[in-house]
Design a protein around this ligand. Structure first.
Ligand code: NDP
Length: 494
């Protein structure tokens, strides 16, 4: 007979226990072989032949062919948007809200499928796409659906009006979330959009096109043009637009802003960042270490607001770095679809090359690079979580946006020195501060030059809170009441 309560179990407690694989079902993502452009409510062929391939960054395998939009397609999409917007702006705001609520519910209904699709196309861990990206997409849609019939009370006068047609370009780091950040406020305020997803991550935007069809959204209100940078350039330079919204690199954002200067078109730019994460000696150190990890290793560090510069008070620097290294030994890098994975794949070989090159330049400039001892998959694009110490303020890894899992560690002695070093950057998107003292927290937050400052947390995104940068991180806000202002013309007070 089996002994149900054995006294002795023969287990080797000296060896490390490993995690069994826990893969999410890849088949949940329904990927077609090829996709057209989404214009006027249907998938259409581009005017000129041309397609690009989107790849799974964790394996390098081709996933699908997507159409490349040219100037004629942009023109067609902008005209469809203009026509649709005339009816949309006259629709009762409560009816506009119903459409957005329906889209939000469909995103929730299809959330598992969308999370798998996002992880396959982008390389991010399923834990993040499932628990962060897609829930936040739904939250943004719900939040803005709620605003659609309350715009009179948003602080833009008694009867604010939509701008018209918005041309929007988004990056590859949070593909569907960035789409929601752009599309939801635009539609809620009565505008129509033409949006271009990034070349390497078009699939969830195309799934969103299907959701618009499913939700019976009037054709032409959302047009999705896939393609590379040239398609984006053709879109933002179209003369029929009333508004351009861009998220991406500072270099491209600057070029677009220069080209649009003097056209009278409204512009918002959400650009790069090089955030300081300031840890004072009185901080709860273990909590701060978790915050440092979330700050820079979330989404493989492909985050514009990533806490890529750790500024730690000298008296606790050694302790913090030791604890951080211990913690990084436990991170699992690998299959994005495995529910145990902490860091997924780097989104593209080009991005991997950029990260590798910048770290090499950092080491050449005198920094030391440390990585945990973890095996990386053979195929695909991968980079180990990396901590750079002995970093001078002039080192390129401390100055340039790496956009990868690379943390630069700098130290400070006094709060004034912390502020001086934190603000010694051309960027100003976000920052973090870790201290147990509320007065120090407020003193620091007031002095940090950043659009968003987190205290004793990091990378918290919320649809009710405005997000955006200062300095070379851009201008304009997304989310919250302020974000509505980017898609409204103020109403006149009678
Ligand atoms: P880009 O700024 O080049 O790309 C962002 C978006 O703009 C993409 O959809 C891109 O298309 C499009 N685009 C490219 N060129 C033009 C143009 N001339 N006119 C209009 N649209 C254009 O960023 P990358 O993807 O090349 O990344 C480079 C670096 O930028 C990263 O290493 C990172 O430092 C930073 N970055 C910052 C982001 C942020 O959120 N702040 C987001 C992404 C990148 P396509 O994808 O087809 O090239």
């Amino acid at each position: 007979m089996t002994d149900l309560h054995p006294r002795h179990v023969d287990v080797d407690l000296t060896s490390a226990w490993d995690y069994a694989p826990a893969p999410e079902a890849r088949g949940l993502a329904n990927i077609r072989d090829s996709y057209g452009l989404f214009v006027d409510g249907e998938f259409v062929d581009p005017a000129e032949d041309g397609s690009l391939t989107t790849y799974d960054p964790s394996t390098g395998e081709a996933l699908a062919e997507v159409a490349v939009a040219g100037p004629a397609d942009v023109d067609r999409a902008v005209k469809a948007a203009r026509k649709a917007q005339q009816g949309w702006m006259r629709l009762a705001p409560s009816e506009r809200a119903k459409h957005l609520f329906r889209i939000a519910r469909l995103v929730q209904d299809r959330s598992r499928e969308l999370a798998v699709l996002e992880s396959i196309d982008n390389g991010k861990p399923i834990r993040e796409s499932r628990d962060h990206d897609i829930p936040l997409v739904a939250q943004h849609l719900f939040h803005h659906a709620g605003w659609a019939d309350k715009l009179d009370h948003a602080g833009y006068g008694p009867n604010p009006t939509p701008l018209g047609v918005a041309g929007q370009v988004i990056p590859w780091n949070f593909p569907l979330l960035m789409l929601a950040w752009k599309v939801a406020p635009a539609l809620a305020c009565g505008n129509a959009v033409v949006i271009k997803p990034a070349e390497t991550t078009p699939l969830t935007a195309l799934a969103f096109a299907e959701i618009c069809q499913q939700a019976d959204l009037p054709p032409g209100l959302v047009n999705i043009l896939t393609g590379a940078g040239e398609s984006g350039a053709a879109l933002v330079s179209h003369e029929g637009l009333d508004k351009v919204a861009f998220t991406g690199s500072t270099a491209v954002g600057r070029k677009i802003t220069q080209n649009l200067a003097g056209t009278g078109r409204r512009i918002t730019m959400e650009l790069g960042g090089k955030a300081a994460n300031v840890v004072y000696e009185d901080a709860a150190i273990d909590q701060a270490v978790e915050g440092i990890v979330t700050g820079i290793f979330f989404n493989q560090g492909h985050v514009c607001c990533a806490g890529s510069r750790l500024l730690v008070q000298e008296s606790v620097a050694e302790l913090v770095v030791d604890k951080l290294k211990d913690r990084l030994q436990t991170l699992r890098v690998g299959d994005p679809l495995d529910k145990n994975t902490d860091l997924g794949a780097i989104n593209s070989p080009a991005q991997l090359e950029r990260i590798t090159e910048l770290v090499e330049r950092g080491v050449d400039a005198g920094a030391e690079a440390w990585t945990p001892d973890c095996a990386l998959p053979e195929a695909g694009s991968w980079y180990r979580p990396t901590v750079m110490t002995n970093v001078q303020a002039s080192n390129p890894v401390a100055r340039e946006e790496v956009f990868g899992p690379v943390l630069s560690v700098l130290t400070f002695r006094t709060p004034d020195e912390a502020i001086e070093k934190a603000n010694d950057t051309r960027y100003g998107l976000s920052a973090g501060v870790w201290t147990e003292k509320a007065s120090r927290m407020l003193w620091t937050a007031e002095r940090l030059q950043a659009g968003v400052v987190w205290a004793n947390t990091f990378n918290r995104l919320d649809p009710t809170a405005a997000f955006g940068g200062v300095k070379e991180s851009g201008f304009g806000r997304e989310g919250g009441r302020h974000g509505l202002g980017a898609y409204l013309r103020e109403g006149a007070v009678a």
